[in-house]
Design a protein around this ligand. Structure first.
Ligand code: GTP
Ligand code: MG
Length: 209
């Protein structure tokens, strides 16, 4: 069977729901991919770039703007979930305290979750928070793809050492890391292919009883 690359053409992409608690999630009847990363790393911009929609997901210069789990329905076939960012010191303590249970509950309990795209900054090594989430996903056996974004902000010569450093600290082969830019679209195709393959997005989810 040929797996159709249905993400290559985005026919529809719509915001469906902002959720904090599990009873606010949409039905778990479609495959789902979550996008995680530090505040301000470029999660929302990456989703917009993947979907080729400039303003579907709100982006901002102010870190910590996304504070809920935001569900987007893509091609009526799959959900993308923009997770609130972690690790930004200026985010109020009350908001930070809420992050962990909200995100952990979602990641561990969501039956239709196929995998997590973890977004990190290409210009610097993964942070302690990045490594904590990355290793936690591994322990939980949640499939994950590591993306290094804002690649347009670093000179080509620097690409290689940054990739090697990320590869070593994440324990991921260099060729599995996705170097990405929401500005130039670099890495978009590689990420779509990795998601289709590693998260088995062409295989339909069995609806839950
Ligand atoms: P929170 O929702 O606050 O956690 O942030 P976020 O991770 O969703 O980041 P967002 O997409 O809002 O982007 C944050 C800032 O980085 C914005 O000013 C973006 O324009 C900028 N940005 C995002 N991706 C890129 C990129 O690939 N290259 C460059 N140069 N800037 C980017
Ligand atoms: Mg955001």
């Amino acid at each position: 069977m040929v797996a159709m690359n249905w993400l290559a053409v985005i026919k529809s992409a719509e915001f469906v729901k902002a959720a904090v608690k599990r009873d606010q999630y949409p039905p778990a009847d479609l495959p789902e991919v979550a996008f995680a990363g530090r505040s301000n790393v470029g999660k929302s911009s990456l989703i917009n770039c993947l979907l080729q929609r400039k303003k579907l997901v709100r982006t901002s210069r102010t870190p910590g703007r996304t504070q809920t789990l935001n569900f987007f329905l893509i091609n009526q076939a799959c959900y993308f979930v923009d997770l609130p960012g972690y690790g930004f010191a200026k985010v109020p303590e009350a908001v930070r305290a809420q992050w962990r249970p909200m995100v952990e509950t979602y990641l561990t309990e969501r039956k239709s979750l196929r995998g997590v795209v973890q977004i990190m900054d290409a210009r610097r090594p993964p942070t302690v928070d990045d490594l904590q989430l990355w290793n936690w996903l591994r322990v939980q056996r949640i499939a994950a793809i590591a993306v290094l974004t804002k690649a347009d902000k670093m000179s080509r010569g620097k690409n290689h050492p940054a990739l090697l450093a990320a590869s070593a600290s994440l324990a991921v082969p260099v060729e599995e890391l996705v170097l990405f830019s929401a500005v130039t679209g670099q890495g978009r195709q590689q990420l779509i292919e990795a998601m289709l393959q590693r998260f088995q997005l062409s295989v339909p989810t069995t609806p839950l009883a």
